[in-house]
Design a protein around this ligand. Structure first.
Ligand code: AVJ
Length: 326
């Protein structure tokens, strides 16, 4: 007699390896409407998928930001004092800071901070071989937490934060304000912060940037389900969920969702989650700003604009701030 194959159900304590992910995922999936924090996109696979997104013809932000850094590198470099420590929030592949480094010689330290350990460690090693004179101190952390800087950065005469990629757009405005306040506290007196931000523009351009023809953004979105299946013993059937991304004009944001194509039950971290047909998990907001609206937000927590740069099409902005009033 053949025994029925029984797939053992992981018990909640099985998720001890990543209890925070288990708790956040369950809280989000039990909420109405369902949601997931966007930071969970960035496991090793998700970080690689995001790198692929940045090369898509439809995804203009990375190319625009790199163009600004190249075209205005000399001026941007002027806000970075000699001997400063450069701290990058959400460093990913380091490819943007490489442009900045050309115009910021003699740094006391470069501190890339990223939630993805594989990414931040591999890229730091690569950068160290490229630039043996640059002390690199990678940190694996959620950029919203009060992480500690290495001594070399703390004792440097100045600290400059670099927050590219419009990652600020993933925050609600109160979260963005909290991030900016926290960054100021980490960087300390005399801090400078260089922020990259995606600007408000025609909805067609925004919609196609998050609905690429190759389906890489859809794969990036669905990787959340893959990650829950692997790490939280979930049983999401990928083909029963669909990538939805659209520009919400009233709120100046792209919304990404995963829509269940049918009514179904899914097991996640030892619990059962019900989906109605068409019900979505809201996986990301990507807020778009004007330079003025970003200045207002940053100004509210003590940052004063030094200078702002945009690309010729005005798709993207890079803004330098210093801590303190005029
Ligand atoms: C990480 C903020 C740059 O909002 O554009 C890309 C992530 N999501 N495509 C963005 C993302 C879907 C992204 N940032």
């Amino acid at each position: 007699m053949v025994a029925l194959a029984r797939v053992p159900r992981p018990e909640p304590q099985d998720f001890a390896g990543d209890p925070q992910f288990a708790a956040d995922a369950l809280a989000g999936l039990k909420a109405t409407p369902k949601r997931m924090p966007a930071k969970y996109f960035y496991d090793a696979e998700g970080s690689l998928l995001f790198e692929q997104i940045t090369e898509l013809p439809e995804y203009y932000p990375t190319r625009c930001e790199m163009k600004i850094l190249r075209d205005h590198g000399k001026e941007i470099g002027k806000v970075i004092p000699e001997g400063a420590a450069l701290i990058e929030f959400g460093s990913g592949s380091n490819k943007k800071v490489r442009i900045l480094l050309k115009h910021a010689p003699k740094l006391a330290a470069y501190v890339p901070v990223d939630i993805c350990a594989e990414m931040v460690e591999d890229e730091a090693k690569e950068l160290e071989t490229e630039r043996p004179q640059l002390p690199v101190f990678p940190i694996v952390a959620d950029i919203c937490t009060r992480f500690a800087l290495p001594d070399a950065a703390q004792t440097a005469p100045a600290r400059v934060g670099f927050f590219p990629g419009s990652t600020i757009g993933n925050f609600e405005s109160h979260e963005a304000a909290a991030f900016l306040r926290n960054a100021g506290e980490i960087l300390g007196d005399g801090a400078v912060l260089i922020i990259g931000v995606d600007l408000i523009k025609a909805p067609e351009i925004l919609n196609s940037a998050y609905n690429d023809k190759k389906g890489v953004t859809a794969k990036f979105n669905k990787n959340l389900l893959v990650r829950m299946n692997r790490v939280l013993g979930a049983n999401f059937k990928l083909e029963t969920f669909e990538h939805h991304a659209f520009y919400n004009r009233e709120r100046n944001r792209i919304e990404m969702h995963l829509a269940s194509l049918k009514r179904q039950k899914v097991r996640v971290a030892g619990e059962t989650i019900d989906f109605r047909a068409g019900e979505t998990i809201h996986t990301e907001n990507s807020y778009k700003y004007s330079i003025e609206s970003l200045n207002a937000l940053a100004g509210g927590v003590g940052w004063t604009q030094i200078q702002a740069w945009t690309d010729p099409k005005n798709y993207f902005g890079v803004v330098a701030y210093r801590l303190g009033k005029r």
